[in-house]
Write a protein that binds this ligand. Structure first.
Ligand SMILES: [Zn+2]
Ligand SMILES: [Zn+2]
Length: 384
């Protein structure tokens, strides 16, 4: 069950680098491409490598304001200005060299994936450098300069695609993409994420009660899961709600954000997933794309801060599913050596992880899927 799959490889994306000590290290993406290459997945029949060019201002303006684009360009070229107003400054979104150019290449890579899928060159395409889902039309947020999933979706809509379903499995709420399409009935946004306002967990939005604007009721779907949720509860919530809602929406294309900061070992979040959950959700998304969208599936990366130990394995699992291949569990020795050299630490030697322990949070999480369906059917209010 696979058509051709495209892997967008843009080595220039390594300039998307907030600097030493920032968790969003470019090595996450570079090691992912290297692991996919080490397994030979990108040389399988039906798999193509896709290049990309930086998105131009006109493309960025499908989502972003000219003032924000100008501020990003100037700040990244060392000019002084009121950049804090645009989300830039010490902390999550430090100003870094050439950040406009860096953001524009990430967006260009997602647009290249969208172009290949919509144009029929491939059924599925993956931009591991993308998934910067927190960026807002007029400001940077949560390590994200430009919102490549939102621009990719807007680009497709501008080219005649009528309905897009966006599914975001990052541990953080996909707030930027939701905000961009809040009042647009052509785009269904679904986000399954950790939700813990009492812990001040970023970004703080994504409650069950967020369901879309007045012109697009029920176009936003949120599955807010408690800290401690592991594979069982997460997958049950996903399977209960996501496929039926996407099916009912009947999209032309599915866009996914595949952040893997939901992993049990991720330093920035508190869910307990293993790579087995990624294998299962990849299969679910793949089947859904073929069932409802003629196979058209545009995938992006996203968060994930175990940059050597988890991210490359997680996204290799996802891309192997898109390519319809089953790599051996054991990671190629030369890749392990590379990753251990880069990270100066040990990395796991298999794609699989030890099985997770089911936690009490899993029961709560499992019930969220049903709660989402109840709210949509008008059987409850969905506060919280
Ligand atoms: Zn397929
Ligand atoms: Zn995240």
């Amino acid at each position: 069950m696979s058509g051709a799959a495209g892997l967008v490889v843009v080595p220039e994306a390594k300039i998307y680098d907030h600097g030493i000590g920032h968790p969003l290290r470019p090595q996450r993406v570079l090691l992912t491409w290297e692991l996919i290459d080490a397994f030979g997945i990108d040389r399988e029949p039906g798999v193509v490598r896709l290049g990309a060019e930086a998105a131009d201002d006109e493309t960025l303006m499908l989502v972003h304001t000219p003032e924000f684009i100008d501020a990003t360009r100037q700040a990244g070229h060392g000019a002084a200005g009121p950049w804090a107003r645009f989300g830039y400054g010490p902390g999550d979104n430090p100003i870094f060299d050439d950040m406009h150019e860096a953001g524009a290449i990430v967006v260009g890579a997602t647009v290249a994936a969208a172009r290949a899928v919509v144009g029929g060159e491939v059924a599925h395409a993956f931009n591991a450098a993308g998934g910067l889902h927190h960026a807002m039309p007029g400001r940077a947020s949560g390590f994200c300069v430009y919102d490549d999933p939102a621009v990719g979706i807007a680009w497709m809509l501008a080219r005649g695609v009528e309905r897009v379903a966006y599914v975001d499995v990052d541990v953080h709420h996909g707030d930027g993409v939701q905000a961009v399409f809040w009042n647009d009935p052509r785009v269904l946004t679904i986000s399954i994420h950790e939700y813990a306002p009492e812990l001040g967990f970023f970004p703080g939005t994504g409650a069950l009660s967020e369901r879309g604007g007045a012109d697009a009721p029920d176009s936003a779907v949120n599955l807010p899961l408690p800290p401690g949720t592991s594979d069982g509860g997460w997958l049950e919530a996903f399977r209960t709600a996501v496929p039926p809602i996407v099916r009912a929406f009947d999209p032309d294309v599915i866009v996914t954000q595949l952040g893997c900061d939901s992993h049990a070992t991720d330093p920035l979040a508190h869910l307990g997933l293993t790579t087995d959950a990624y294998r299962q959700v990849a299969a679910e998304l793949h089947a859904l794309a073929h069932e409802v969208a003629g196979g058209r599936w545009v995938a992006t990366g996203g968060g994930g801060y175990q940059w050597a130990r988890v991210v490359p394995r997680a996204w290799t699992i996802h891309f192997a599913e898109m390519a319809g291949v089953s790599p051996p569990d054991r990671l190629p020795e030369h890749w392990i050596e590379r990753a251990e050299f880069e990270s100066r630490g040990e990395v796991p030697s298999t794609l699989s992880d030890p099985p997770p322990r089911r936690s009490p949070a899993d029961e709560e999480a499992a019930a969220i899927g049903a709660a989402v369906l109840d709210v949509r059917a008008g059987r409850s209010e969905g506060a919280g």
